[in-house]
Design a protein around this ligand. Structure first.
Ligand SMILES: [Zn+2]
Length: 269
């Protein structure tokens, strides 16, 4: 039976988050609705620590997206991405965490395993987002994660040293929130190893999937490189990756990698 006070707390918390998301336009309407639904599920399964971890990810990512926004736009990274953060973005980043959260409630004998998978999944997508947003501020060269050659800023598969500073910032933030606010006490050392490995390996898997699998198109009208299958009102030409394997599919790879790494650390450490 769910504690009525927890229901009230969740309702108030989610209402406040909804207003902030709406006022800051961090997500569009459908994205906001799916995010609130995900938040409610996490609140009632993982507890307030899980919901706080998601909100921290959302808030810190949104703040870092705004830092140096003009510069990010001038290097073309903003155009390359295209579109706002919608429901597909929420599911790509949070879908795996949502499943882990539900499993932590359904399979009580393995609750901690799924809690670690939940934390690992959020830590990984948080790290990947921060790698992009902090990495885009880098004035150094962008390397391809596989092979040689330079990548354009914001290009899938491009990595920078500064990006990995972003990964570390996300990992330490995820660690602090999980350690302080999870109602189930978590082992501090095990949690630290989990979060560091899930963040680093998850963000790296995202870059690898981004370079090898993510679809990149060239507009037949204006010649721009884009992640969108249509540009200038015309279907664009596929120049790299697998058709339809978009940024959200890559995010889901990152989220799943983080969850699997975390579950493995929990099981074997
Ligand atoms: Zn175009």
């Amino acid at each position: 039976m769910v504690d009525p006070w927890l229901l009230l707390e969740a309702a108030v918390f989610l209402a406040v988050v909804s207003v902030v998301v709406w006022r800051t336009r961090a997500l569009d309407a459908a994205g906001g609705a799916v995010a609130v639904l995900l938040g409610a599920v996490v609140y009632l399964t993982v507890g307030r620590g899980g919901a706080l971890l998601l909100v921290t990810f959302l808030a810190v990512s949104a703040a870092f997206t705004r830092i140096g926004y003009e510069r990010k736009r001038s290097v073309g990274a903003a155009e390359l991405k295209g579109g706002t953060r919608g429901w597909r973005n929420v599911l790509g980043n949070g879908g795996v965490a949502g499943v882990a959260a539900v499993m932590s409630a359904l399979d009580a004998s393995n609750r901690h395993l799924y809690l670690y998978a939940f934390i690992g999944s959020v830590a990984a997508v948080f790290a990947d987002t921060m790698a992009t947003e902090v990495g885009l501020l880098s004035r150094g060269r962008v390397r391809r994660i596989i092979g040689f050659g330079e990548a354009r800023p914001g290009e899938p598969g491009g990595v920078t040293a500064l990006g990995y500073v972003g990964v570390l910032m996300a990992a330490m933030t995820s660690y602090a929130v999980s350690l302080l606010f999870f109602t189930n006490p978590l082992d501090p050392v095990k949690l630290l190893v989990t979060v560091l490995l899930a963040s680093t390996i998850g963000a790296t898997a995202d870059s690898v999937a981004g370079q090898l699998l993510q679809s990149l198109y060239r507009c037949r009208v204006c010649g721009a490189l884009t992640e969108l299958p249509n540009h200038c009102g015309e279907p664009a030409e596929l120049v790299r990756g697998v058709r339809g394997f978009d940024n959200q599919a890559v995010n889901a790879v990152c989220a799943l990698t983080g969850a699997v790494v975390a579950a493995a650390v929990y099981a074997f450490l």
